[in-house]
Design a protein around this ligand. Structure first.
Ligand code: MG
Length: 405
């Protein structure tokens, strides 16, 4: 048995965007690392860890993972907030890391063992022109990636228009480049027409809408993409419009993936239970860690829904490791979003997961298999945590209205 002696948050990355949780015990050298990164609101998550949760944890048995999860979950009375569930996720993943180290087993062995030889990931291909995108997709095809996500530039790409082009100066106080649903509805099927012409039917392709569209236009887009047989269409609707999946399901056969903005089980439960989606794409740390994620996966298995844990740019190596262990053990795994790290970042995290030609491979290291070098974490951070403030960049429509991401 190991007793928790301290719980701390540790910020790192050159831009200050990563927050890790370290849970220390009374056993020599035994500690766990968890991910509680929130790129846009790190201070709030750190405050929840250090002010609300840490005082409740000191002196408790680190092995009581479920008991600790349940009691912390309700300990703020109000629950399922983004900051509280992210803080809870950081602690939960650290406790699974400790449990694995105590058992001398990698976490996926504690979750039931291997159900696959390695974890297939999907790549992020992008290009501002279709020719550039084709070249980027070709690079990933040649490397052997199992699935390739295709975007025309940034999220909403193909839907941006220069509203000032060829027009007289206008007093309207809106950006020159604005998002337009109709432009997106035209350009996105045209993108897949070109990609299928270049690569044929065998290559597995997906696309991320990032919730830019009005709901009925989301239905129109999904139906227009049916001929191109996507692996999945991601986040075609925002969390505020989930009821529209019922209309969308009637209109389109394109597989649907959603969930990176979800933190509350009441968001995904109806979608899964009514079989309205095909892939659930929550971020492991955002929903409260491995403990709720393994239950979500089991719930989804009963309804034929597969997992596709969210990763990508602002995620840290510890969250990827947590997702990886679930990917290895969960039978109804679908695909893992890729993430990659610079050499300087990987040095901060000994054992950092690395994708090799589209696959993540297991190791026999106990626990998560990834560590945190604190002096290197501090060196990488520099002064980036001071005055950190980075709100999400909001796109706008032609009249200046904010587009929800
Ligand atoms: Mg996405």
């Amino acid at each position: 048995m190991s007793r928790i002696t301290d719980v701390r948050t540790i910020r790192t990355r050159a831009d200050g965007g990563w927050t890790l949780v370290k849970v220390e015990t009374d056993q020599p050298g035994l500690y766990g690392i968890g991910s509680a990164s929130d790129y846009f609101n790190p201070g709030a998550v750190a405050a929840v860890v250090e002010q609300l949760y840490a005082p409740q944890l000191r002196g408790r048995d680190a092995g009581d993972v479920e008991e600790i999860w349940q009691t912390l979950y309700a300990s703020g009375y109000w629950r399922n907030g983004a900051a509280t569930n992210t803080a809870l996720g950081g602690i939960d993943v650290a406790l699974w890391d400790i449990k694995g180290k105590e058992a001398g087993l990698p976490v996926h062995q504690l979750l039931g063992g291997r159900t696959r030889a390695a974890v297939p990931c999907y790549a992020h291909a992008a290009g501002h022109t279709l020719d550039d995108l084709v070249e980027d997709v070709r690079r990933y095809v040649d490397e052997g990636w199992p699935v390739i996500r295709c975007q025309q530039g940034a999220y909403g790409g193909g839907g941006f228009l220069d509203r000032t082009a060829g027009r007289a100066p206008h007093r309207l106080d809106a950006p020159a480049v604005v998002f337009d649903d109709e432009a997106y509805l035209r350009s996105t099927p045209a993108m897949f027409e070109r990609l299928r012409a270049e690569f044929g039917p065998q290559v597995k392709l997906s696309h991320d809408v990032h919730e830019h569209l009005a709901p009925q236009n989301a239905v129109i887009l999904a139906r227009s993409l049916d001929p191109y047989r996507l692996f999945f269409l991601e986040d075609v609707l925002p969390p505020e419009q989930l009821h529209w999946y019922r209309n969308l399901r009637q209109a389109s056969s394109t597989p649907q993936a959603v969930g990176e903005l979800f933190v509350n089980p009441h968001e995904w439960q109806p979608l899964i239970q009514e079989r309205l989606i095909d892939f659930v794409r929550t971020r492991v740390s955002k929903i409260g860690g491995i403990t709720p994620a393994r239950k979500l996966a089991a719930f989804a298995e009963a309804y034929g829904v597969r997992t596709a844990w969210q990763e990508g740019g602002d995620n840290d190596p510890v969250n990827l490791a947590a997702a990886f262990h679930l990917d290895m053990a969960v039978w109804n795994f679908g695909i893992q979003e890729e993430n990659h790290f610079t050499d300087a970042e990987a040095e901060v995290f000994p054992g950092c997961p690395r994708v090799d030609r589209g696959y993540l491979y297991p190791s026999d290291r106990p626990g998560l298999g990834v560590d945190l070098d604190e002096p290197k974490a501090a060196a990488l951070l520099g002064g980036a945590a001071e005055g950190y403030h980075r709100p999400y960049g909001i796109d706008r429509r032609a009249d200046g209205t904010a587009v929800r991401p």
